[in-house]
Design a protein around this ligand. Sequence first.
Ligand code: SF4
Ligand code: SF4
Length: 203
Amino acid sequence: MRLPKLRELIEAIKALWKGPYTSKFPYETHRPYPSFRGQPKFNEAKCVGCTACEQVCPVRAIKSVDIIDDKSPRRKMIHYTDTCIFCGQCEAGCLADKEGIKLSNDWELSFFDRKLSQEEIEKELQLCEICGAVIACKDHLKWIAERIGELSFSNPTLYLSKLKGLGIIDENITSALKDFGRSDRVKILCSRCRRETTLTTKE
Ligand code: SF4
Ligand code: SF4
């Protein structure tokens, strides 16, 4: 007769007074361990829309979509729970001090409608004031300006974003000067328009 292994025997004896290791789900609610890696969730207030999480996700379970229509331009960050493998790379690589997306304890993730498995947030986009190209999310520009402190005053795109965020200058104010020359330099610009307005000799 095969004798039980010593470790199994000890576990069986311990279980007599500690109770079973497994939960009685679905008759009782299962409570996962605090370190359990469940569904990642965006924090719209903390996320700056940088797309770093999209770039590090090994299975492309995160997608960003820039929308420019009649409403204010915005970036949609979408998480596909049905593709996610709960590896935690998005949280580990999150630019916003790992607060923009976090793995939760949610584990009961069966959906009858696949669309319900998607979670999404929207972040406001900053467009170039000359050509209308997407520069970055407004919160991302403010985040960079805060990180580099007074160095941001060497870059009009950064300090104007910061001042607009603080309400010191009007969000909707735009310069009347549109000569695509040096007078346009103090504007929020994409890198191409920044280069052209800096190098041009028009005055
Ligand atoms: S947990 Fe892993 S697979 Fe899921 S969204 Fe984050 S990086 Fe992608
Ligand atoms: S701030 Fe974090 S959650 Fe938001 S887009 Fe960047 S990496 Fe993703």
